[in-house]
Design a protein around this ligand. Structure first.
Ligand code: GLY
Ligand code: MN
Ligand code: MN
Length: 492
């Protein structure tokens, strides 16, 4: 055979083999996305803005209509309620509304001054207050105290905000010196009731926040692996926020292994171990300041262990069935009681709650109720129709149902079960006032061998639910939440 021909064939053969090898290693490479290399599907196309003048004008109109105020004064001392009223997003500002006046809406804001802007960043100034935020008049915030006596003169019904203590003190002082008869009322309850039902713009804000948060969950399913630190997972979550122009709405909770049992774990510095669960309770804030709140719990190595599976399935069942009760026609706590019923029954079947009529045996496993409003605050303002501070009263009392659920409410649904290590050793501290030493010891002795199998497992599944005219929409449904979908998404 021709020697040259032989070398050519050999060369071609090596080339083909090399190519095959390259293709093979490429397809075998783990299906993860590296930082910086972000496919389209993790980018959310924003259709919403940080502010909409018309929306805020209509909102103010309605709120004013719900008062009989001669004057309303609210400042950034009222925290997000000020933003709700004005859309104004700076650290300092005061709004004065005089219904029926020629120029009813005045904003007092940080004026544009070269050193202020140089040191603290761009401000809207009095010009922006008028042009962007729709004020009829605008002044420097420093002018407020001086103008206040004139603003208050002859006004009888004055609405201030309960948290605005600086304004309240100032108003009190002036009224006293003028000897004017007045009736001071609190604007806060009016605003908080308003905030319960979200308008279209707010719903768009929440959709944006939830969509981006969901994308973080989807992304992390492809990147999580043993050996990473919790803060690296947090960085990847918040990287997706950043790539979408958003910031965290609250401190990301990224808890692996035993940390999955710590409800508000934010230290996020443990290293993920093979066999751990990883609980991520996270939420981006929209451009207009509305925060999502979505939790997923996933196995670090991509597959749930039998014990993790058992607890996960129970929490998921509680979530699925409770969700059906987040609709018009039900009350605020109906979903909570459904979730509790399912989790308690499941734990009873597993031998973990020997006596389901014992309140403290149930309370040992139940740490929190399953829903809260979301909005400008992660736990948004508004009345629930029961005393939210008295957890021990409402959490396991089906008779306490709270207020009616209405279209336009947006709330979380977040059942969870947490098997904190050594929790059984704390039972005397927790329930010593409710049960005898013998009762507690008997419970511990019976339950411990079973409890130990689940120690270090914490599962929470949290979704954001919009109540519609005839039902509900789970805004966070696209973040995998069944075992099958999670394991499928984590396949490498
Ligand atoms: N992220 C706090 C909560 O779930 O309520
Ligand atoms: Mn949460
Ligand atoms: Mn929540």
């Amino acid at each position: 055979m021709n020697r040259n021909f032989f070398i050519l064939v050999l060369g071609l053969g090596i080339l083909v083999l090399g190519l095959a090898l390259i293709i093979l290693t490429m397809t075998m490479q783990k299906q993860s996305y590296q930082l910086g290399d972000l496919p389209e599907k993790f980018i959310h196309q924003h259709e919403v803005s940080d502010f909409d003048r018309e929306v805020f004008e209509q909102r103010r109109e309605k709120i004013i209509g719900e008062t009989d105020a001669d004057i309303i004064i609210i400042s950034t001392g009222a925290d997000v309620d000020f933003r709700y009223m004005t859309g104004f997003d700076e650290r300092r500002g005061t709004a004065v509304i005089v219904p029926g006046a020629d120029d009813p809406y005045t904003l007092f804001v940080t004026p544009w001054e070269v050193y202020t802007v140089m040191w603290t960043g761009e401000v809207h100034g009095t010009e922006g207050a008028i042009e962007k935020f729709g004020a009829d008049a605008a002044y420097a915030i420093g002018d407020f105290d001086e103008m206040l006596p004139e603003l208050l003169r002859g006004k009888e019904r004055i609405f201030l905000h309960g948290n605005d203590s600086r304004i309240r003190n100032e108003v009190d002082r002036i009224l006293e010196s003028m000897g004017q008869r007045t009736d001071i009322r609190d604007l806060q309850p009016v605003l908080h009731e308003h905030r319960v039902i979200k308008d279209e713009w707010e719903i768009a804000q929440l959709r944006q926040a939830v969509d981006v948060t969901v994308k973080s969950h989807q992304y992390v399913l492809r990147t999580v692996e043993p050996g990473q630190a919790e803060y690296e997972v947090q960085a990847e979550i918040e990287y997706i926020y950043g790539r979408n122009g958003l910031k965290p709405g609250f401190s990301s909770i990224v808890g692996s292994g035993p940390n999955s049992c710590l409800l508000h774990h934010t230290r996020n510095n443990r290293t993920l171990q093979d066999g751990d669960l990883l609980l991520m309770d996270i939420g981006a804030a929209s451009l207009g300041g509305y925060s999502a709140d979505v939790t997923r719990t996933i196995p670090v190595n991509g597959r749930f262990s039998p014990e993790q599976r058992e607890i996960y399935e129970l929490v998921l069942k509680a979530s699925d069935e409770a969700m059906e009760k987040i609709q018009p026609g039900y009350r605020m706590l109906d979903c909570n009681h459904k979730a509790m019923e399912i989790m308690v029954e499941g734990l009873h079947q597993m031998g973990l709650i020997p006596d389901t009529t014992s309140w403290w045996q149930k309370r040992f496993y139940i740490q929190h109720r399953v829903n809260h409003y979301i909005g400008l605050q992660t736990h948004d303002a508004g009345d629930y129709g029961f005393d939210t501070d008295k957890r021990d009263e409402h959490i396991l009392t089906p008779e306490i149902r709270g207020r009616e659920i209405k279209p336009g409410m947006v709330m979380t649904l977040e059942p969870g079960l947490y098997f904190m290590e050594n929790l059984l050793d704390g039972i005397h501290e927790m329930f010593g006032h409710l049960a005898t030493e013998e009762e507690l010891n008997a419970f511990v002795e019976e339950v411990r061998p079973i409890y130990e199998k689940y120690e270090g497992i914490g599962v929470r599944i949290e979704d954001d639910i919009l109540i519609t005219e005839n039902g509900y929409e789970n805004l966070s449904a696209a973040a995998p939440r069944t075992i099958r979908d999670i394991e499928e998404a984590m396949k490498r």
